[in-house]
Ligand binder design. Structure first.
Ligand code: UDP
Length: 327
């Protein structure tokens, strides 16, 4: 397995995965339509002798098939991402997430190539329990609320993966990524950590939605990339779904305070009602924490950093790369 294809490789997680694969000795080819990914994300990789890139839509079938033929292993990350984008453009979300995955699975099955599919913790929906386990029920809201189309489209992707595994013997692994953070993540699509760090560094109000008591756990992008590479190399992972994330949780208000402190920012913390942030009828998830037993048991997965250490690195990176006056 020396040649890896990363779809969505110019995105935040995709570009980190490409980097980790290169460090592990792989030749890496990426495809990205640059809809949410960016050339800057891969600018430090572009001249690497084992790295190549194609900027094209995932729906360009001959290109897709050729790239899959050239690969020994495929990481399918290309997807519509970010709550803002999903609420604004549900048609694109559904089409992108289902059609492209269908194509990738079909071609990987035809060419007998192992493939890792990225799903999301969103699929657990409104499940209300301390930790989410891969075997738990998935609890979504009504179809009149476009928030749920992202989860529903990823659930279809997971069903497709299971069907290809059972019917066609496709070696496929599904990972449910929980909130993932690291350098180069943009706040443009709603993600809380890059948004709050940017706000804190530029002296703008730090926006906490609702009362800030909703909590999340944040996984380090480098750990997530490592986990994906190890899972696809593990035949016992085929046909399985794995949570990937971090076991510590933090309320968003506390996260905002930690970011304010670490950046020594004078920005006020501002509470923004959900309706203002996302439009009326938006349902937030009050709590989201992964049960990591399954991935720990199979590959000994352990997060390498805690949240304060992750924030230190992200803030240091942001200070270097953002042209903002630091107050
Ligand atoms: N959030 C916030 N302020 C922001 C952006 C997000 O308080 O400026 C909240 C958001 O409502 C959610 C949490 O932070 O409760 C995580 O949001 P994100 O969009 O990063 O991820 P997801 O909602 O998918 O977990």
């Amino acid at each position: 397995m020396n040649n890896a294809l990363v779809t969505g490789g110019a995105g935040f997680i995709g570009s980190h995965l490409a980097e980790t694969l290169l460090h592990s000795g792989y030749a890496v080819q990426i495809i990205d339509d640059l809809s949410t990914g960016s050339v800057e994300n891969i600018s430090h990789l572009k001249h690497h002798s084992r790295f190549s890139y194609v900027f094209d839509t995932m729906m360009n079938r001959p290109v897709q098939l050729e790239l899959i033929r050239q690969a020994d292993v495929v990481f399918h990350l290309a997807a519509a991402v970010g709550v803002n984008l999903i609420v604004d453009d549900p048609v694109k979300t559904i089409e992108t997430n289902i059609k492209t995955t269908e194509l990738v699975l079909e071609y990987c099955a035809r060419e007998s190539k192992p493939v890792l599919l990225t799903s999301t913790s969103e699929v657990y929906g409104k499940l209300a329990q301390p930790k989410f386990n891969e075997g738990d029920d998935l609890v979504l809201g009504p179809t009149s609320n476009s928030r749920w189309c992202y989860a529903a489209s990823k659930i279809i992707d997971e069903f497709l993966a299971q069907a290809y595994f059972k019917d066609k013997g496709l070696p496929v692994v599904v990972v449910r990524l929980f909130n993932t953070i690291g350098p180069r993540q943009t706040g443009r699509y709603g993600m809380v950590v890059p948004r709050l760090v940017k706000q804190a560094l530029s002296g703008e109000p730090i926006t906490v939605y609702g009362d800030g008591q909703q909590s999340r756990s944040f996984g380090w992008v480098g750990d997530v990339a490592d986990a994906m590479i190890r899972l696809i190399g593990h035949p016992q992972a085929y046909g399985q779904v794995f949570n990937v994330g971090h076991s510590d949780e933090i309320p968003i208000l506390q996260l905002a305070q930690m970011i304010k402190e670490k950046t020594q920012s004078s920005s006020p913390i501002e509470f923004v009602p959900y309706d203002h942030a996302y439009g009326t009828g938006f349902e937030d998830i009050p709590r989201r924490l992964p049960d990591l037993k399954k991935i720990q048991q199979l590959i000994g997965y352990q997060p390498s950093l805690d949240l304060p250490a992750m924030l230190d690195r992200i803030i240091a990176f942001s200070r270097q790369h953002m042209e903002v006056p630091v107050t």
